[in-house]
Design a protein around this ligand. Sequence first.
Ligand code: PMP
Length: 455
Amino acid sequence: SIDRASINRATLARLHERELAEFARRNPRSAEAYAAADHLFGRVPMTWMNKKAGGFPLYFESARGSRISDIDGHEYLDFALGDTGAMAGHSPQAVLDAVSRRIDTVGGITTMMPTVDAEWVGAELSRRFGMDVWSFSLTATDANRWAIRLVRALTGRSKILFHSYSYHGSVDESLIVVGPDGEGMSRPGNVGSPVDVTLTSRVAEINDLPGLERQLKHGDVAAVLIEPALTNIGIVLPEPGYHAAVRELTRRYGALLIIDETHTFSAGSGGATRAWGLEPDIVVIGKAIADGVPSGAYGLSQELAERALARDDLDLIDMGGVGGTLAGSPLSIAAMRATLQHVLTDDAFEGMIARATTFAAGIEAVIVEHDLPWAVAQLGARVEYRFARPYPTTGTASAESADADLEDYLHLALANRGILLTPFHNMALMAPTTTDDDVARHLAVFAEIVGELVA
Ligand code: PMP
């Protein structure tokens, strides 16, 4: 439960006004660019860029490693890292070299031919995530969509089961939440869904095994598609034993298990799948594996792959609904290889996770010092705090712990002091380039702005 009273709302409103004024003062060029963007839907290149605590977004100029600069000439310490797309740090040299070789030295951004690098990437993903064979996409959304089509075709069942308040990209089937009656309903705000989502999907809260079993018992679930921990409604970690029970239930009721590692890749170089010993039938991943060069992938067992390839009623070659022209392009594959081989290596994760541990401990110390009803969670190289204590254990509880005014104030006060968090919640991600000093600087600022709030 949230104790909103613990924060004096008048103080919060006063500090928020002060930070809004400072944001406007610091960023005249960004304000002007936003005011002039008359030909963009919502004034931004992508409508989610309107998630802005300061009234207008900061306009991007340049980035390297963990540093990012805006058009007003401010440098930021970047813990948003493109919402994981840039988890490897911005533009590391190895990725630049591979991409510029592809674009410039030898040429060929996209063709209709495979490159030999693709097998290297497939083998490396197998080493890390344990799946036998891989196929590529340009986004994690598409990897999820194609995996969903495959499991429907292979099982002959119609429904996909998700965690409530999960996010797997703009996948039609996934926009479902647990409603007040405990059954699925369309996620609030779902834009133009093709059919009633309850026709295609089922839903259960993470950590609710009886709820999951009740849904699986219908016998119409082709696959359970989940993140190992929720990461897009704040982090929500699985309770001990949860994943073993999910695997047992999916097997008992004949459903496949798809694990989406797009964000939980922060748990280690083989994601949570390796870190926690999960046994999925399909793994989906995207974004960070090519350091933000458009890419995604799904891996499946040899057995599933053979069953799909043996089916002559499934058109996997042409227009059967699985694939895209630019998927697996020479450019995308080159960026994946460079990122996995040279940047997001097994060794790199050790430092990233150590820094996240320090980050989380620092947040917890500030929470305890002021006796705030907030709590912190860590998922490898990723840290999150929510405005509830104890920490929420379901998606719905995590959604309810959001506090828009408080969040906007903290994000704005951090930005005005040169620090960026992921805009949608209080999430910080460590890149291989994030240093101990960076973590210390964030904690000093966090302690200062929280201290002012509770004074
Ligand atoms: N899966 C997960 C777990 C994600 O967090 C996201 C995006 N935040 C996606 C899939 C979709 O990725 P993309 O927008 O690159 O398709």
